[in-house]
Structures are given as structure tokens and as C-alpha cells.
Design a protein around this ligand. Structure first.
Ligand code: BV8
Length: 265
């Protein structure tokens, strides 16, 4: 892609955003790659070293809860060292711009990521479809500790840790394969996607459902799909604007253009 082509695509994306009242950004592991957090698929991805069914499924937790906790504690240690990168910060700036340019304007981040970096970047309107690595809950649904609680521990005396109320195993508050997504999160996300004038898809392979329905729902209702990825994904075929590049480079350029178009510093 030539510099001119890239500039034109960034302008096109910025124009769509400026002329939209409701915009959502649907993000995946790729937006956190430049913060040093490994993605799942592709070279160096998490699924290269672990079998999904062993560490990200209820069956795997039942079979070997210690291994699952080792997997999540290893990710907590990496994520604890990670900072929001310019891609996250650009989306936080976009939320501020939308807040300041019209009371009916809405900007939401709908993320598959569990690393909390969108909130740390300053976004307030964040929907976490797959949970949050800094929350833990009791695996016994009948226990009052089954409500997720903030838990920043990187180590436990005993693995897997046990609930101090009922003695069952504690588990990370994340959505594993073959587990339903939090009802309110997926309902809110689908509702926003169906009213979105534009969806900015960033750093996702678009192969995990029902989350990956989001861009399709927006598209179906006439929303424009802008995609930023370092390579084509399963979503690219429905994108109106596909910008091949790193999120940490492209997103700040789009926001810079948006600000020029609306005349703010
Ligand atoms: C469920 C755990 C039912 C948390 C994860 C249709 C409908 C519904 C379900 C299904 C369906 N078809 C299949 C299913 C089943 C399954 C599924 O989707 N399987 C797939 C793999 C075929 N879905 C489920 O099981 C879901 N549950 O449906 O339950 C149910 C209902 C009622 C009762 C009982 C059951 C649960 C899905 C959630 C699974 N949990 N993770 C964690 O540990 O993180 S999924 C995991 O994948 C992460 O959450 C991750 O976010 C998600 C998606 O991956 P990506 O974020 O896209 O990351 P990936 O590495 O794949 O791609 C990174 C991209 O970034 C790449 O494109 C790369 O090019 C790009 N990139 C890299 N660097 C950069 C970059 N881009 C820009 N800049 C860069 N610098």
C-alpha cells in the first residue's frame, strides 16, 4: 500500500467517523500487541504454546484447574507490565471528541480483550465481552463469591485457590469456549451495533463468535465498516475501508484527521 493510498484511506475513515452520530470500535488482541501482549493466533500467539481446550474451557478447568490458573497468572504478569499504547489512547481521545461534539453522539469500545487496557487508556464507555483478567469469582454459582471481585494477585499460596466462603475453586472471571457471554454485555453490544453508523474493527481475526457478529450487525443496518489490521481477517470481506497497518500507527492518524476536519486542536 503506497503512502498516498494510506493517506486517502485514513481520510475516508475520518470522514465516515465525523459524519456519524453513533460509532463503536470492536477490538481484539491485535490492539494490545504493541503493548507487548501476545495475540492468540498467528506467530508467537498464545495458542501456539497451549491447547485452547486445556486452558480456556470449563472442561479444561475441571480436568486441571492448576494448569488453567498457571496460564492466567502468566498472562496477569505480562499484562501487569503492559501500558496502553497509542492505539488505545487514540480511541480514548475519540470518546472525548464525541462527548464534546453533540449530546446525541455516542462512542463505545466493545472489546474481546480481558487486559483492561481500554479503561486504563481512559475510555469510560467500554463493554468487555469476554470478562476481565483482574477479576476472580467462585466457581460455585450458588456461592455469594460467584459475583466477580477485583483480584490483582500474581501468586497464591495454593493453586488452584479456594473460595474462603464455600471452599470451591476460584476461577478467573473470563469467558471460556463453550461458555455463554455475560448476557448484559452481549445484549448491550448487539443493541449498539444495530444503531451504529460506523464500526471501527481493530486487531481481530474475527473468528470467535458470538462476538464476531458485531461488525455484521452494524453492516446489515447500513453502518460503515472500517477495519484496521496488519493483515486481512475474516471481517475484511465486509469492510468498506480496510487499512493495512498497525493499530498504534493508524488510529492516531485517523484521530488527527478527525480533529482537522472538525477544527479542534
Ligand atoms: C459460546 C477467553 C455458547 C478469555 C476467549 C457461533 C455462535 C456462537 C458460538 C460459536 C459459533 N461458532 C462457534 C462457536 C463456538 C465458539 C467459537 O467461536 N469458536 C471459534 C473458535 C470457531 N464460541 C464460544 O465458545 C463462545 N461461547 O458460544 O457459548 C453457549 C451459550 C449458552 C450456554 C452455553 C454455551 C465463547 C467465546 C469466547 C472464548 N474466550 N478467550 C481469554 O483468555 O482471553 S476467545 C479469545 O479469542 C479471546 O477472547 C480473543 O479476544 C478472541 C478473539 O481473538 P482475537 O482477539 O481476534 O485475537 P487473534 O489472535 O485471533 O487475532 C489478532 C488479530 O490482530 C489478527 O488478525 C492480527 O493480524 C491482528 N494484529 C496483530 N498485531 C496487530 C494487529 N492488528 C493491528 N495492529 C497490530 N499491531
Amino acid at each position: 500500500m503506497s503512502i498516498e493510498e494510506l493517506a486517502d484511506l485514513i481520510k475516508e475513515a475520518a470522514n465516515i467517523i465525523v459524519n456519524s452520530e453513533v460509532v463503536i470500535s470492536f477490538t481484539g488482541a491485535g490492539i494490545s500487541a504493541e503493548s507487548g501482549i501476545p495475540t492468540f493466533r498467528g506467530s508467537g500467539g498464545l495458542w501456539e504454546n497451549y491447547r485452547v481446550e486445556d486452558v480456556a474451557s470449563p472442561e479444561g478447568f475441571k480436568k486441571n484447574p492448576k494448569l488453567v490458573w498457571e496460564f492466567y497468572l502468566e498472562r496477569r504478569k505480562k499484562i501487569a507490565k503492559a501500558k496502553p499504547n497509542p492505539g488505545h489512547l487514540a480511541l480514548a481521545e475519540l470518546e472525548k471528541i464525541f462527548e464534546e461534539t453533540g449530546e446525541n453522539r455516542k462512542f463505545y469500545v466493545i472489546t474481546q480483550n480481558i487486559d483492561n487496557l481500554h479503561k486504563e487508556a481512559g475510555n469510560k464507555n467500554v463493554i468487555e465481552l469476554h470478562g476481565n483478567i483482574w477479576y476472580t469469582r467462585c466457581s460455585n454459582p450458588a456461592c455469594e463469591n460467584s459475583k466477580p471481585f477485583l483480584d490483582k494477585k500474581m501468586e497464591y499460596e495454593e493453586l488452584p485457590p479456594r473460595c474462603d466462603i464455600c471452599g470451591s475453586y476460584l476461577r478467573p472471571h473470563v469467558v471460556w469456549f463453550n461458555e455463554p457471554l455475560p448476557q448484559d454485555a452481549i445484549n448491550d453490544a448487539f443493541a449498539l451495533a444495530s444503531e451504529a453508523d460506523a464500526v471501527i474493527v481493530v486487531g481481530t481475526s474475527g473468528v470467535v463468535f458470538p462476538a464476531a457478529y458485531i461488525p455484521y450487525i452494524a453492516k446489515e443496518r447500513g453502518g460503515k465498516v472500517i477495519e484496521i489490521n496488519i493483515e486481512p481477517s475474516a471481517i475484511t470481506k465486509i469492510s468498506d475501508v480496510f487499512i493495512m497497518g498497525k493499530a498504534g500507527i493508524v488510529l492516531p492518524e485517523i484521530v488527527k484527521r478527525v480533529k482537522e476536519l472538525i477544527g479542534v486542536e
